[in-house]
Design a protein around this ligand. Structure first.
Ligand SMILES: [Fe+2]
Length: 367
């Protein structure tokens, strides 16, 4: 049973089942009125500037009718707010699922048949899984060149870089990146030297007929949490030490600093950066550097460990999409003399996958 009352400061007190109590500021409530006098019904944007509201605004009338809070303000504004919406906002409840850390213990990899993604429910499930795991694999998609762009643009705009709108991962002479050789690539995140770093990578397999060239993925989030629990010193060094990442070719020199594990202001995991072929730790006293190198060696070994790293083969007509701020990717060496290998890749932003999922979930919730 919920009840409402006003306190001495004209804040609305909401009591929920004798369990929790929230004090809500008058203007905070006023700004949430969603009637057509206050919010454009089409684009949901405010029709007024909230900073121009009367600073002495008061609640003059209120009543709670089940889940509906009817409320009138001293400036003549009035409307109905849904209690459950206010509580969701107070509790920061999000319709986007939380990240689920994973190790190399999948019973089934998250593989989605491309033809079935035209069904909105399947698309929603795929995007939810992507939010949780940070990667999905798509099967039964065209083998043609350009498929990666078509798939990416079905989700959102493509991030063009100095590699172009897409990049071709094939072995070629004098490449400007080791990706364009047949060398094995240990697990890494792409482009930590960019501002901003590309959020999501999509890699589509056109041909994979060579011996070798299997793919690997590893969850940077799971390993960060593992380190936090098992090796506090290494975790602290990796979350506090600035590393410079660089890219250079004949046209451009890109540089950006960042931590190998980045946390937010509350100490929660934000992102991983790892690209051992282009990182330069900032100058530190040798004793501190000794500790950094030891911590980097440790995380490198975790990224390469059987406990955490999954291995699979992308066949022609498959693609993988992964969160480049969380998931590290790599491949085994391949022999270009045994067959042709050609992948095409591109980048999109988190806005695309998260924004589409929010839309699909809100449509579902309002059905
Ligand atoms: Fe890469």
């Amino acid at each position: 049973m919920s009840s409402v009352s006003l306190d001495n400061n004209n804040c609305l007190l909401i009591q929920i089942d004798n369990v929790s109590k929230f004090s809500l500021h008058t203007q905070w409530l006023r700004e949430r009125l969603s009637e057509s006098d206050y919010i454009d019904s089409n684009n949901k944007q405010r029709l007024y500037e909230p900073s121009l509201l009367n600073e002495n605004l008061k609640i003059i009338k209120y009543s709670l009718d089940g889940n509906s809070l009817h409320i009138s303000f001293s400036d003549g504004a009035n409307g109905t707010l849904l209690l459950q919406n206010l509580l969701s906002e107070i509790n920061k409840t999000d319709i986007i699922p939380l990240k689920t850390p994973w190790k190399n213990n999948f019973t089934n990899l998250p593989i989605y048949d491309h033809e079935k993604l035209s069904n909105q429910k399947n698309l929603m499930q795929m995007l939810e899984n992507f939010q949780q795991l940070g990667f999905v694999i798509i099967s039964n998609i065209s083998k043609e060149e350009g498929t990666v762009i078509n798939f990416a643009e079905s989700l959102g705009p493509v991030r063009t870089t100095n590699f172009g709108k897409h990049f071709d991962v094939v072995s070629k002479p004098n490449p400007n990146d080791l990706a364009y050789t047949s060398l094995g690539l240990t697990a890494h995140t792409d482009n930590p030297y960019r501002k901003p770093i590309p959020g999501i990578q999509i890699l589509h397999c056109i041909a994979n007929e060579a011996e070798g060239g299997d793919s690997c993925l590893v969850d940077g989030f799971a390993i960060a949490e593992h380190l936090r629990e098992t090796d506090k010193e290494a975790f602290e060094i990796l979350t506090q030490t600035d590393v410079l990442f660089k890219f250079t070719d004949k046209d451009i020199l890109l540089e950006n600093y960042g931590k190998l594990i980045e946390l937010d202001d509350f100490g929660n995991y934000m992102q991983s950066r790892f690209s051992g072929r282009l990182d330069f730790v900032t100058y530190l006293e040798p004793k501190k550097l000794e500790k950094f190198y030891s911590a980097r060696r440790k995380i490198f070994n975790l990224y390469a460990s059987k406990e955490f790293e999954i291995n699979f083969r992308l066949e022609s007509g498959m693609l993988m999409m992964f969160d480049n701020l969380r998931i590290l990717h790599g491949r085994t060496e391949y022999d270009p003399n045994t067959g042709f290998r050609h992948l095409q890749g591109c980048y999109i932003d988190h806005d695309s996958t998260e924004g589409k999922l929010r839309l699909l979930k809100s449509i579902e919730a309002n059905k």
